[in-house]
Design a protein around this ligand. Structure first.
Ligand code: PLP
Length: 270
């Protein structure tokens, strides 16, 4: 049972990090299995023929385990149960965690990203596979430069975040502004690959709000037509703990599930 990555207590820069109780680690593993089952059931429940001229649903739906504010040991427990995609919201936190996880972890950055933090993120997290929260030209250009400066082959996949629920508190381009930013990434950012669109949607989704998902579909259709792409080549990242089943039924390609796997988070401080 004594595995270096999952040690009961670790010291971090001189600070004692409290050990994660074994039952919490076991809960991560059982929660993950439940989420995977629910995900498969939702995939099976998708309409066979897509309605309203929509594209056929993706054959695979990616599960991104959102691990912000959770101890690295909990990520290791999920990793050992087979999870490979993890989502993080804070640059400092992903830089601390990435070296504590195996190198084949695929990191998704899903938080608000400031242009001046881009270099340290790209350099410090070699396993970064996608930045899902690009919402300004400035950020797209900064990411493009940082990836070029890294000097490695391959592009960095990015998604444009769309504020489908038009809430002032949320980041993201407006649905009307989506095409312009996608075009800029597609045409002017050689080191970036436009992977798709991402949205968070309304905060208190209660099982019936599908407008936000529909809006993201419409945005994708518009972008695909304008850039002459197959709509299915652009992913839709939508669905979180409280709405990922519905999001999958609505054609999501990638769901970002945090608390349903890792448990409730402490309230954000500051
Ligand atoms: C925190 C977060 C999630 C996960 O939220 P849960 O409700 O815990 O599943 C998903 N996406 C983004 C952008 C987040 O910030």
């Amino acid at each position: 049972m004594e595995q270096p990555l999952a040690e009961a207590s670790a010291t971090d820069g001189g600070m004692e990090v409290p050990a994660v109780p074994a039952e919490d680690l076991a809960a991560v593993v059982s929660n993950l299995a439940k989420v995977q089952d629910t995900l498969k059931a939702a995939m099976a429940a998708r309409p066979a023929t897509p309605q309203d001229g929509r594209v056929a649903p993706p054959e695979q739906v990616r599960l991104v385990a959102v691990s912000k504010l959770k101890a690295a040991e909990m990520l290791v427990a999920a990793y050992e149960a087979g999870q490979r995609h993890f989502g993080e919201n804070y640059v400092q936190e992903v830089l601390e965690k990435a070296p504590r996880l195996p190198q084949d972890v695929h990191w998704h950055f899903i938080g608000h990203l400031q242009s001046n933090k881009v270099n340290v993120l790209v350099k410090g997290c070699p396993g970064l596979v996608c930045v899902e929260t690009v919402d300004t030209e400035k950020l797209a250009h900064a990411l493009n430069k940082a990836v070029q400066a890294r000097g490695l082959p391959g592009k960095l996949r990015v998604m444009v975040q769309v504020n489908t629920s038009s809430e002032e508190s949320k980041s993201g381009v407006t649905p009307d502004g989506c095409l312009e930013l996608c075009t800029l990434i597609f045409k002017d950012c050689d080191a970036l690959e436009l992977a798709g669109l991402m949205t968070i949607g309304a905060p208190d989704y209660s099982g019936c709000r599908t407008e936000d998902f529909q809006t993201l579909h419409r945005c994708r259709q518009e972008v695909a037509v304008a850039l002459d792409l197959e709509p299915s080549s652009l992913e839709l990242s939508m669905g979180m703990s409280n709405d990922y089943e519905q999001a999958i039924i609505e054609g999501s390609s990638s769901v970002r599930v945090g608390s349903a796997i890792f448990g409730a988070r402490p309230p954000k401080s500051g």
